[in-house]
Write a protein that binds this ligand. Structure first.
Ligand code: F6R
Length: 260
């Protein structure tokens, strides 16, 4: 796994946006895996800035969200369908017809999960999957003990996740109990993984994912199984990594031809 440690959140956003932009430059019809939550906000803002400046064209790409809450009313501003439309599809100039979010309002959630897997397969799979990490080590909403082989399915949110995400809702009780999320197996099927983390609240989870044992207790440790996973973190999120100096040396010595 490549670990890139940078001074602050703006640097994380810039370098992660470089990776996404490079994927799209090589493949204008690329399929982007879209995370929600706070972590990727700066990355989307930086991509939007480049689109507005005419430096980047994302009109040909498709997007697949990682997850969606179950049980929110249609049009709820914190549903991931609404968040993706507001923060991603519009600002990045994506074609809304090519941006997909699991259907958390489906009467048959199992069928909705299967349909999502099928849509991903029909699109040819994800070229670069942007990821955040939960303080409990989740990616997507694959909470601790999720199977490394899991596919898109219904999950129950961990109490910690509901508490962490309460900041987006008017009351903690409003945070849904359930979600549809791509599985760890689904995520590992992306051709490239790009995890971003900022701030001290993520330091423990980042260290466990990158340097801890491969364990379903830390779902993000699944990144260790992927041949092309990049973790971009700021100093605070990197604080618990034991090989910090090594990561810094590797990145400083990275050949130009390997940089996006
Ligand atoms: C969001 C998602 C989650 C978040 C994680 C971190 O689509 O799948 O795994 O990335 O909960 O959330 P933030 O970035 O809000 O700290």
């Amino acid at each position: 796994m490549e670990v890139i440690v940078l001074p602050g959140p703006d640097d994380v956003a810039r370098v992660a946006a470089d990776v996404v932009a490079d994927v799209v430059r090589r493949r204008p019809g690329a399929v982007l895996g879209l995370a929600t939550g706070s972590s990727p906000v700066g990355v989307y803002a930086e991509l939007a800035r480049r689109v507005t400046a005419g430096e980047l064209d994302l009109t040909g790409v498709s997007g697949f969200a990682l997850d969606e809450y179950v049980g929110l009313p249609a049009g709820h501003p914190e549903s991931y369908a609404a968040v993706i439309a507001r923060d991603v599809t519009g600002p990045l100039g994506l074609d809304p017809a090519r941006v997909h979010v699991p259907d958390g309002r489906a009467a048959d959630l199992e069928a909705a999960a299967e349909a999502y897997e099928q849509a991903l397969a029909d699109a040819g799979g994800v070229d670069v999957q942007l990821l955040g990490i939960g303080a409990n080590g989740h990616i997507g909403f694959n909470e601790p003990t999720s199977s490394f082989g899991s596919r898109t399915r219904l999950k129950t949110l961990a109490a910690r996740t509901r508490a962490d995400n309460a900041r987006f809702f008017t009351s903690p009780d409003e945070v849904p109990l359930h979600c549809l999320t791509q599985g760890l197996g689904t995520i590992l099927g992306a051709r490239r993984l790009l995890l971003v983390a900022q701030g001290s609240a993520k330091a423990e989870a980042v260290a466990a994912a990158v340097e801890g044992p491969l364990t379903s207790m830390v779902p993000a440790s699944a990144l260790q199984l992927h041949p092309r996973a990049t973790v971009v973190v700021d100093e605070e999120a990197a604080a618990r990594l034991t090989l910090l100096d090594h990561y810094r040396q590797v990145y400083a010595a990275k050949p130009d031809w390997q940089r996006p």
